[in-house]
Design a protein around this ligand. Structure first.
Ligand SMILES: *Cc1c(COP(=O)(O)O)cnc(C)c1O
Length: 376
């Protein structure tokens, strides 16, 4: 494959020496749970997002489910409460909600931004919804004026699923006044799964928030329910971030801007060069930093997506689909009641993710675009 969709060995190769040195330091330290690397990573992540607190955890799903479980422990949410969530998200957003004993209310999406249709949130006011999980899907910030109005009028808790948009900035200030994804709502879950814009060498995640009580409750829940040894206030779990992953992430975090700039450069080249009328290209944000291009997702009409995918594969271009089956159509959510979700269901058959994370030399995105343009 001349243009693999993603080759993580290649993505991490430029950081090899620094990662190896950081790993050696952890191995020699003899400290393999918690400690300095985790604390420093948390400080650096809090500084990057502009939040008062960051808590390293085991993965992105755990980050989201610990936030919701903490809100239940704190009495801010009750079992059975409804949580509105973007219908075309990765299933982890839904799983976090059901894990905490809450009920997902999938909301259909805007076919242009591919994020939650914020006009539909206003229809949800007074419907018993208590919280909103806003997903910054494909790297694009979901927060806007209408979302702000719905959240403020209803007193909803706003949880950002920020697994895909680390480093993105919103033109509109968030609830706490910050502009960085991960600080826009009351709390955010991050994922450092290897394919994310900042990827660990395994599973890792974090919670960011300005709320000290929430941060403390999440930290306790992730550590057997205890902040001090043998003082188990809550029935918790073991969902901690490993120091070896924290050390890898500290290396990667220092290159985030460069990585995100690279993704933007590829997206801009695709935008200029893809001209096939069968293809709808993703929206180029007005503010170039409000999308960090976790995925570059085109839409292919006339039921020809799978045909284009096969064509590109034959021509040496790897692609992927994020996501082929929306969560509400998965067998585990058979019993979930929901409104019709026609846009989400249609998009699932039209979307195709092009290579974006690989370091491409100039001319390469144009070459991929040329292959797409030759499909007819
Ligand atoms: C990756 C991802 C998650 C889950 O993160 P993991 O670290 O893989 O558990 C949740 N939500 C979205 C939108 C994601 O892309």
């Amino acid at each position: 494959m001349k243009y693999p969709f993603l080759d993580l060995g290649e993505v991490n190769a430029p950081y090899m020496d620094r990662m190896a040195a950081a790993a050696e330091k952890v191995i020699r330290s003899g400290r393999y749970i918690g400690g300095e690397e985790v604390a420093l990573f948390e400080q650096e992540l809090a500084a990057l997002t502009g939040t008062h607190h960051a808590v390293g955890v085991s993965n992105g799903l755990d980050a989201l489910r610990l936030i919701l479980r903490a809100y239940v422990e704190m009495g801010r949410l009750s079992k059975g409460d409804k949580v509105a969530v973007q219908a075309n998200t990765y299933i982890a957003s839904f799983l976090a909600i059901t894990d905490a004993g809450l009920t997902p209310v999938p909301v259909d999406v805007d076919p242009v931004t591919l994020n939650i249709d914020t006009a539909r949130l206003e229809e949800r006011m007074d419907s018993g919804v208590k919280a909103l999980m806003a997903v910054n899907l494909y790297g694009r910030v979901a927060w806007d004026d209408r979302m702000r109005r719905a959240v403020e009028r209803n007193g909803w808790l706003l949880i950002e699923d920020n697994a895909q948009a680390i480093g993105a900035r919103s033109p509109l200030a968030g609830i706490g006044g910050g502009h960085v994804a991960g600080s826009l709502g009351h709390a955010a879950g991050m994922s450092f799964y290897p394919t994310k814009n900042v990827g660990a060498l395994g599973d890792a995640g974090a919670v960011t928030t300005d709320d000290a009580e929430l941060a403390e409750t999440v930290r306790a829940l992730a550590n057997y329910g205890a902040l001090k040894r043998y003082d188990n206030r809550l029935c918790g779990f073991n969902c901690r971030l490993d120091p070896i992953q924290a050390a890898m992430l500290r290396v990667k975090l220092s290159y985030l801007e460069e990585e995100n700039r690279n993704r933007l450069r590829v997206a801009e080249a695709y935008e200029r060069s893809i001209t096939n009328p069968l293809v709808i290209k993703p929206l180029m944000a007005e503010a170039t930093d409000s999308c960090v291009w976790h995925q570059y997702v085109i839409r292919v009409g006339e039921a020809r997506r799978d045909e284009l995918k096969r064509y590109l594969e034959e021509k040496g271009v790897g692609t992927d689909i994020h996501y082929a089956v929306p969560p509400h159509l998965q067998p585990c959510y058979r019993a979930l009641h929901h409104d019709p979700l026609p846009i989400t269901e249609r998009l699932a058959g039209e979307i195709l993710s092009l290579p974006i994370a690989m370091r491409m030399t100039s001319g390469e995105p144009e070459e991929i675009a040329g292959i797409i343009n030759s499909f007819g």
